[in-house]
Design a protein around this ligand. Sequence first.
Ligand SMILES: *Cc1c(COP(=O)(O)O)cnc(C)c1O
Length: 388
Amino acid sequence: MNTYGRLPVTFVKGEGVWLWDDQGNKYLDALAGVAVNGLGHAHPGLVRAISEQVGRLIHVSNIYRIAEQERLADRLCEIAGMDRVFLCNSGCEANEAAIKLARLYGHGKGIESPAIIVMDKSFHGRTMATLSATGNRKVQAGFEPLVPGFVRVPFDDLDAVRHVAQHNPAVVAVLVEPVQGEGGINIPKDGAAYLQGLREICDQNGWLLMLDEVQTGVARTGTWFAFQHTGIQPDVMSLAKGLGSGVPIGACLARGIAAGVFTPGKHGSTFGGNPLACAAALATLEAIEAENLLAHAEQLGDWIRQALLDALEGVAGVVTVRNSGLMLGIELDRPCADLVKLALAAGLLINVTAETVVRLLPPLVMRSDEAKQLVDRLAPLIKNFLSQ
Ligand SMILES: *Cc1c(COP(=O)(O)O)cnc(C)c1O
């Protein structure tokens, strides 16, 4: 169906951070399938793991025990400090699981109509519940009636959350992205203090702190998960995008009291956590560790930000360049969606979100010479665009 305004290009193969189209043109990929292809394209270890798994077993059913799923769940819990995992196929499904979990938790406390605090400019997906949670009218318009049970507050505003705590006894959870992705690479201004403050408010009120790490998770910000920059631990966390390197998989992790909320029959998925998807995720986590990509993502992201700042210094129209690891945003003073096409024509894949923010989500495996090429290609495009 006509759900995407597509760019006129067809990619036929990839290797590392490079893609080739059907005309033989080569592109530097600074978007990674929107934070999915963390290992770049055709990563040998990933290809081997997936190929072997396809030859052995693709799918059975969650009616049975699945060894690959148990291994993945153990590994995810280990690196995240969580207790249990529900596996699904996408980010919105991971958030659906979190929303259902929060409601069930609320009903368990005798709250008939539980509510979840969500943020302005957030993005949680395109299903009915997750678009209702999303803080963007464009995502919601035309799909009313929305799912009720969400209370919206500004992002990065602890006082607004405290205010809700005083006035709304139906609240059972907070759902928040540690860094807002679709909303424009919005990073809390006082760093760790925001999540720490939310953790405190949740503890005081018996709420679940639920982090949507669909975009920030799996090494993107330079730690396995973005909350690990803050010293706090969430009760619930959703993952997807980078988890399976392109093989669809999502995960909803829970800890403590939240981990015991679902019981058999309360939630499920036909495909979720099948052997193929789990093998892809296990291989992804293994490669991230073996290739030391956490530290690399942090260092390279900071390097790219500084290089862009240097290259764009004094250029009128550049508002800020910000990053958390390899989640980078260049905010301009005007809508800049046209930059995507200009970059494509120059052999560079980027994205624009929130109308005025150039978003870069490069593969975690990008090398420093490739990062230099990215800056060398992008900075002149932005300068040219702003000078017109
Ligand atoms: C992409 C995204 C989603 C939705 O994931 P899908 O796999 O497209 O359903 C949810 N939350 C965040 C933060 C995202 O970036």
